[in-house]
Design a protein around this ligand. Structure first.
Ligand code: CUA
Length: 377
């Protein structure tokens, strides 16, 4: 073997081992083999037997190839003349046609049943309906049920973080939307894919089309999700979280989310932040946040059901992540605030391709804005 070839093979083997070992991570939060709800459980129940049948087929076929290539390999001193040529064996050929067909037929029954079960709209009267909009590059969640939202037409809105109660089916309606700059021009809409591995299968989010997915969780906790379809520069930064709460906690959350944003204290840094939010922002003094971001109680509660150009920030501080969940509170409060300031100062520098305009804020402006946003509990 040539030296280069051997080197490449060694490198490939090393990379494969690293990748394989990475799957053993104990704190892996996106593990579809660890179903935490009935929808994910249905998929796992189908996956397990199909996987082991596939392992059996793999061993028989690959083992046969290995055995035959070793058994009949050319040896030094073996007879160089052609071995007797056989045309085939009807019995074996019929066998290896029928056997795989039978295996496929057996697998098809639970597969088709599961596909239909997963696609069924939940009949539970407690089902919560949420409209999901995939944006470049963040997720918008509209709670369209009138008893959770503000009215029939004004839903409760969150971004990047979907909060749901345990043991309750949540029926998602998924749509794809363009970014801030591209508006609703269909040419700029892209395909996203919504996936919370521990709670459900993945569902594509396609422009000009409504897809559906049911998710449900057995226990409270935080479940990580991810966009699974390449959708542009910050595809990898298009994450989200599903926060599962007890019913009582969820009700309290809804109650709190329906309140207007708290007004800042007169003369405080938060108040300066709120004024900057309203306009006169940046070194060119033309910037404003209010044109794209809603804060209930500040620029009204005018959001109808449907796509928004930017996240609703009414209760920004009650969330535990921002900018497509690129930043979380994992590193502590100071680190969270530092990231927020960095994001405000240079959106596209922090998150490639970010559609949030860069108004060339001064450090003082970014600090005041961060103070204000972090006061929006
Ligand atoms: Cu959205 Cu990838």
């Amino acid at each position: 073997m040539r030296k280069e070839v051997r080197w490449v093979l060694t490198a490939l083997a090393a990379i494969s081992i690293v990748v394989a070992l990475a799957s053993c991570s104990p704190n892996n939060q996106q593990d579809s083999l660890n179903p935490r709800g009935p929808e994910a459980q249905k998929i796992d129940t189908l996956f397990q037997p199909v996987f082991w049948i596939a392992v059996g087929v793999f061993i028989v076929v690959e083992g046969g190839i290995l055995y035959l290539s070793l058994r009949y390999r050319h040896r030094k001193g073996s007879d160089p003349s052609m071995p007797p040529q056989v045309h085939g064996n009807t019995k074996i050929e019929i066998g290896w046609t029928i056997l795989p067909a039978l295996v496929l037929a057996v697998i098809a029954v639970p597969t088709v049943t599961t596909i239909f079960e997963l696609a069924r709209k939940p009949t539970d009267p407690n089902t919560i309906n949420v409209s999901v909009f995939g944006h470049q590059w963040w997720w918008q969640f509209d709670y369209t049920d009138p008893d959770i939202g503000f009215s029939d037409t004004v839903p409760l809105k969150t971004a990047n973080q979907l909060v749901i109660p345990e043991d309750t089916p949540v029926y998602l309606t998924l749509q794809s939307e363009g970014g801030l700059i591209t508006g609703n021009d269909p040419d700029y809409k892209v395909i996203h894919s919504f996936w919370v591995p521990e709670l459900a299968g993945k569902q594509d989010v396609i422009p000009s089309r409504e897809n559906h997915l049911t998710i449900q969780a057995d226990d409270p906790g935080t479940y990580r999700g991810q966009c699974l379809e390449f959708c542009g520069l910050s595809h990898a930064n298009m994450r989200f979280e599903v926060l599962v709460k007890t019913q009582a906690e969820f009700d309290a959350w809804v109650e709190q989310q329906r309140t207007d944003a708290p007004a800042p204290e007169a003369g405080s840094s938060e108040e300066t932040g709120q004024q900057l939010f309203d306009g006169g922002l940046g070194q060119e003094s033309g910037g404003q946040c209010i044109g794209c971001h809603t804060i209930n109680g500040v620029n009204g509660q005018a959001d109808m059901a449907g796509s928004n150009v930017a996240p609703d920030l009414t209760h920004f501080a009650s969330r535990t992540c921002f900018a497509g969940c690129m930043f979380t509170r994992d590193g502590g409060e100071q680190a969270y605030r530092d990231r927020l300031v960095a994001w405000l100062l240079d959106p596209a520098g922090v998150k490639p391709g970010a559609k949030m305009p860069d108004y060339r804020l001064t450090d003082a402006e970014a600090e005041a804005l961060a103070d204000y946003l972090l006061s929006l509990e």
